[in-house]
Design a protein around this ligand. Structure first.
Ligand SMILES: Cc1cc2nc3c(=O)[nH]c(=O)nc-3n(C[C@H](O)[C@H](O)[C@H](O)COP(=O)(O)OP(=O)(O)OC[C@H]3O[C@@H](n4cnc5c(N)ncnc54)[C@H](O)[C@@H]3O)c2cc1C
Length: 446
């Protein structure tokens, strides 16, 4: 692994003892730099490695299908690891406390974990480090170009981060080695998990997205054959099957974005198709990571640029054509058939097409009393209903839609001010709205 992916986050005296990888973002056995690095360090110390995952009692805005997707996938990952002689330990409770307690009980000499700028994860990590006695390192396996290496500040927009990422790709877009079998026995406690009992408490996994690393690779392969060739021209067309549907797998770490990038580069597709996909998969995704890493209040209007806050404040009192209630939004019962169809797609599948997410969020701004309310509504609906929600991409996408983050001022309009607006008539010029609405039809309000 490139050493710049890892950093020491807890400087404690070196002690002998096994290595523990606390997995909480990259839930996969394959193509996982944190796991590979933990294994490398264990080998250097002639110590065994185990992987621990801690099932927290709750995660803000996560719903049962999200836990079901995560845990069904994790069961396969645990089997893969155990087949390679790496014990998988499922802990429960408050992650900071539970992982620290396990590290004490198993006399861990070094802890390795995933880098994650999400606020709940930062809180878990801070809690863990306040209790942990051994050194700890974190590894960025999420981004092709490690986020801390790309930039030490919140980047203004895609145009400013793109050259910084591209400069690093020759160094970091390298192939993954396979995880080798471990022969050293694990000396610590290794409580067994009754997966059937555990999974039964969370209900079935979502029907539209079979969970797990193997399912993620199957979806990637299908996308490379069917979606990628059309991606450059049709990715913004909600009635086209051009987009990948990989975001739930990327969000739960069941697929490495670097693996998807390497596979797309080797695929038989036109260079424009590959470039268009890598722009979203690497540049836009890693811009979202940069936003959350360097913006402390990434989920509030404080994260909006000054020009956007000012224009939204100036237009706060503008008359709205319709003021939506939470219940109308929840039930896809607004006067806009396209918005309702998008919301029904989300309710039925746990996923909404990427172009529609922008339109959907901007209409929520148009129908809300102010930007604060609109942002809270977008995040609540996106995070509770989207399988890929609670992700840096969601926070950046909501802040782009409502608050002009990573965007520029546009001609002034009611309610939006100079934040870019999107309209039904604009959508109708872009794609066959009627076909999409009839695909996701339901009772329209009288
Ligand atoms: C209001 C709003 C909310 C969003 N919420 C989420 C979310 O909760 N989780 C999430 O992963 N994405 C979110 N996005 C970003 C984007 O819409 C989704 O990543 C994309 O639609 C996922 O579908 P896909 O995998 O088929 O995308 P594809 O078009 O196939 O793209 C491949 C991958 O590139 C990345 N990507 C694509 N578009 C973007 C983008 N605009 N910004 C950052 N990364 C991108 C994603 O990882 C995606 O899986 C949101 C966007 C908006 C405007």
């Amino acid at each position: 692994m490139h050493p710049a992916r890892a950093r020491l986050i807890h400087d404690r005296p070196q002690t002998q003892g096994p290595v523990l990888y606390w997995m909480h973002r990259e839930m996969r056995a394959a193509d996982n730099w944190a796991l590979l690095h933990a294994r490398e360090l264990a080998d250097q110390r002639r110590q065994p490695l185990a992987v621990a995952f801690c099932l927290a009692r709750e995660y803000p805005l996560a719903a049962l299908p999200h836990f079901a997707f995560l845990l069904h996938g994790l069961r396969h990952t645990a089997q893969e690891l155990e087949a390679l002689g790496v014990p998988f330990i499922l802990l429960r409770g408050e992650p900071g406390q539970a992982v620290a307690q396990y590290a004490r009980d198993a006399r861990i000499g070094l802890l390795v974990t995933d880098a994650d700028p999400a606020k709940p994860k930062r809180a878990w990590l801070a809690d863990l480090l306040s209790r942990l006695q051994c050194p700890a390192m974190e590894v960025d396996s999420r981004n092709v170009a490690p986020a801390r290496r790309v930039s030490d500040k919140a980047e203004y927009m895609a145009r400013t981060i793109r050259p910084k990422i591209q400069r690093l790709l020759p160094e970091f877009l390298d192939p993954f080695p396979a995880l080798q079998r471990q022969s050293l026995p694990w000396p610590g406690p290794a409580p067994a998990t009754d997966w059937d009992v555990l999974l039964a408490t969370f209900g079935p996994p979502p029907a539209h997205f079979p969970p797990g690393e193997a399912a993620a690779r199957q979806r990637l392969d299908a996308f490379l054959r069917q979606g990628l060739p059309r991606y450059a021209d049709e990715r913004n067309t909600p009635v086209s099957p051009a987009s990948s549907g990989l975001s739930p797998y990327l969000h739960f770490g069941q697929l490495s974005a670097q693996r998807a990038a390497l596979a797309a580069m080797a695929a038989n597709a036109a260079p424009q198709a590959r470039e268009a996909f890598l722009e979203q998969l690497i540049v836009r995704r890693e811009l979202a990571e940069n936003f959350c890493l360097h913006t402390p209040h990434y989920d509030t209007v404080e994260a909006f640029p000054a020009w956007a806050r000012q224009t939204l404040a100036r237009h706060r009192a503008d008359a709205r054509p319709f003021l939506a209630s939470e219940a109308q939004l929840d039930a896809a019962a607004t006067p806009d058939p396209l918005w309702n169809a998008a919301q029904r797609q989300l309710l039925a599948t746990g996923h909404m097409h990427g172009w529609l997410r922008m339109y959907w969020a901007k209409q929520i701004l148009f129908w809300s009393p102010d930007a604060e309310t609109a942002l809270a509504r977008v995040l609540r609906l996106n995070d509770t209903l989207s399988l890929d929600g609670r992700d840096v991409n969601g926070y950046a996408g909501a802040a782009w839609s409502i608050g002009g983050v990573h965007d520029r001022p546009w001609p002034e309009r009611p309610v939006f001010g100079t934040v870019r607006s999107m309209t039904f008539s604009g959508a109708a010029r872009k794609f066959d709205v009627r076909a999409f609405v009839s695909r996701w039809s339901g009772p329209e309000p009288a």
